[in-house]
Design a protein around this ligand. Structure first.
Ligand code: SAM
Ligand code: SF4
Length: 386
């Protein structure tokens, strides 16, 4: 139960019970010194678990961080083979190991009952999973009933087909990964991607009325001469742009040291061209934002390598086989598939989630240098979901 972060005793004024959601309106009992002064109203949103029938405790890890954000990788497969993400010849999970969409819905619903307010569907490429719109439509029933946002990260290739239906399913904002604006470079980075198709996808998303944020991984010697163009392109269309440092996850065909470009360097270079003003915008993710005075647009920096953002981490990640990773950069994980399948009610599942959250580590230990040849974690980003 979430009590607005205020431990003072409350007087219950009114409450309303929906199918899976109770709204409680309370007035804080007035301490003497404020008697007669203004009374603060508290709107308490208490999400009740449908199958257990009682309120679920919020997820708070050993470091006092509230877990309110779940990322779900619905498939480890992808129609691209980005050079920093995958090797060209990947071995994917056997399809029989995947959770069904109904099981993913049940898991996500359990997390919403436990206080998750933002759900990001990712992968692999989430939009290549068969019938994925069913999951979006199903999960959208939680919007306004505990869940604030249902969103996705995509490479954009399927957006020409699916953008409109995603909008109709309740998605408001999407992240599209776009590391370059040059078709030949795009081919070199993604190996299998088609630049024109992704651009058509971005247009379809715009037309559908989806808010778009572009994500670009900063790659040394690959796209480092293009950030100004990417900024002008994104901001010219009213999109946010976020730059990301490459992280040492999974084997790729090559040495990551060759690709790693610290964003501290990128930022310093951009300051020769633009005026960057720090702004307090937080979107629930790890990006730190600036406003680019010359374009008026927002530019985010995700810096797991040069500036560890773990102290404010509010998220956990679920794979398509039901494994929960409490940290992107650590190997410790919890199996939620067994408790999910063991019983039709969610008691075992809730207990497994609580146990997992009690093990959420303080942070990751990413290092990229010439001496550290092995990736920090063996699994690829596409398994845990970026
Ligand atoms: N396929 C979708 C896409 O590319 O947007 C979603 C999954 S992808 C794994 C999510 C994000 O992770 C993408 O923005 C991608 O660029 C980023 N990414 C993948 N591997 C990465 C790595 N090793 N370091 C940093 N970012 C990575
Ligand atoms: Fe696929 Fe996304 Fe990884 Fe590129 S970054 S290979 S699009 S999962």
């Amino acid at each position: 139960m979430l009590l607005c972060g205020n431990p003072a005793p409350f007087v219950l004024l009114h409450w309303r019970l929906g199918a899976d959601h109770a709204m409680i309106i309370c007035v804080e009992r007035q301490p003497e010194r404020t008697l007669g002064g203004c009374r603060r109203r508290h709107l308490l949103s208490v999400v009740m678990n449908e199958t257990i029938g009682h309120m679920q405790p919020a997820m708070i890890d050993p470091f006092g961080r509230h877990v309110t954000y779940l990322r779900v990788s619905v498939t480890d497969r992808c129609d691209f083979r980005c050079s920093y993400c995958m090797s060209e010849h990947m071995t994917f999970l056997p399809k029989k190991d995947l959770l069904s969409l109904e099981e993913l819905d049940r898991l996500c619903t359990a997390f919403v009952a436990k206080g998750v307010r933002k759900l990001r569907i990712t992968g692999g490429e989430p939009l290549v999973r068969k019938n994925i719109l069913w999951l979006f439509r199903a999960l959208s029933r939680h919007l306004g009933g505990g869940l604030d946002e249902l969103t996705l990260t995509t490479n954009g290739s399927q957006l020409p087909k699916l953008a409109q239906e995603l909008k109709e399913a309740g998605v408001r904002r999407i992240n599209v990964s776009l590391d370059t604006l040059r078709p030949d470079r795009f081919k070199a980075i993604t190996r299998w991607g088609d630049f024109a198709q992704v651009m058509a996808g971005i247009e379809a998303a715009e037309k559908a009325g989806l808010e778009i944020k572009l994500n670009a991984v900063a790659l040394k010697g690959v796209n480092e001469d293009e950030f100004e163009d990417l900024i002008r392109f994104a901001h010219g269309r009213g999109f946010d742009l976020t730059l990301i440092e490459t992280m040492p996850m999974g084997d790729i065909d090559g040495d990551r040291t060759d690709q790693y470009l610290p964003l501290s360097i990128v930022r310093a270079r951009l300051m020769d061209r633009f005026t960057l003003e720090d702004i307090p915008l937080r979107t629930g993710g790890p990006a730190r934002y600036v406003r680019v005075a010359e374009t008026g647009g927002r530019l985010g920096f995700i810096t797991p390598m040069t500036h560890n953002f773990c102290e404010s981490c509010n998220r956990v990640r679920l794979t398509c086989t039901g494994t929960l990773y409490m940290c992107l950069g650590q190997n410790d994980a919890a199996d939620l598939r067994a408790p999910l399948r063991a019983s039709a009610d969610d008691r075992l599942l809730m207990a497994a989630i609580d146990e997992a959250i009690s093990r959420k580590p303080k942070g990751h230990d990413f290092v990229i240098d010439r001496r550290t040849k092995q990736p920090a974690v063996a699994r690829h980003m596409s398994v845990t979901g970026g």
